[in-house]
Ligand binder design. Sequence first.
Ligand SMILES: C[S@@+](CC[C@H](N)C(=O)[O-])C[C@H]1O[C@@H](n2cnc3c(N)ncnc32)[C@H](O)[C@@H]1O
Length: 222
Amino acid sequence: MKDAVSRETPPAPEAAQGVFGSRLAQAEAYAGWLAIDGIERGLIGPREVPRLWDRHLLNCAVLADLVPRGASVGDLGSGAGLPGIPLAIRRPDLQVTLVEPLLRRTRFLDEVVPALGLDNVQVHRARAEELHGVVTFDVVTSRAVAPLDKLARWSMPLVRGGGLMLAMKGSSAAQELADARKVLDRLGGRSAEVVSVGAGMVSPVTVVRVQKNSGTTKARGA
Ligand SMILES: C[S@@+](CC[C@H](N)C(=O)[O-])C[C@H]1O[C@@H](n2cnc3c(N)ncnc32)[C@H](O)[C@@H]1O
């Protein structure tokens, strides 16, 4: 594991112990990668460093509360590994695939994942659309990738029948969901709602949660 927790890496706040438990050291090592290599390679802005834990690691890790045990997870537009890596650290029962088209980012991910000893994570360089008809996941996650209607077109064909799309969204979640309802219906969304996770551990995180109809695997003309 890389010795990356240096004086440049903000120390883990108390909440991190509650969220990551016995895997806190892995989360600290990832924070170190983001704070040093992530900044040097332009994957995250230097202003993010003081808020690495709250805004990135913890915020993403609590998404795990919506993911069923043993699920396969496709994290679309993973960037520097968010939310996929915090999810995989917190939940070793998950099989997480980080889907990211940009080579500079997948190179970083290809280094970080083995350095953290994350046996349950794969990196796949692709645009989401390129995987339609190729693979499906129990759960498809994303954060800060696209407006919900576009995200639905990219994500829903990758969700297996009966599976979930989980889109981390901010205060715009309800409006984005209202705007995307028709698209989600056409793509097999059975129920779609805005939910909040992480209360009591971190600042609550807003997520659009869509369950796909059982047996629906293909987009219907969206
Ligand atoms: C703003 S970044 C967000 C990164 C990360 N999810 C986060 O929250 O920090 C958006 C990411 O989506 C990726 N992306 C853009 N178009 C995509 C597509 N069609 N399929 C998958 N990823 C895409 C970009 O390369 C970029 O890494």
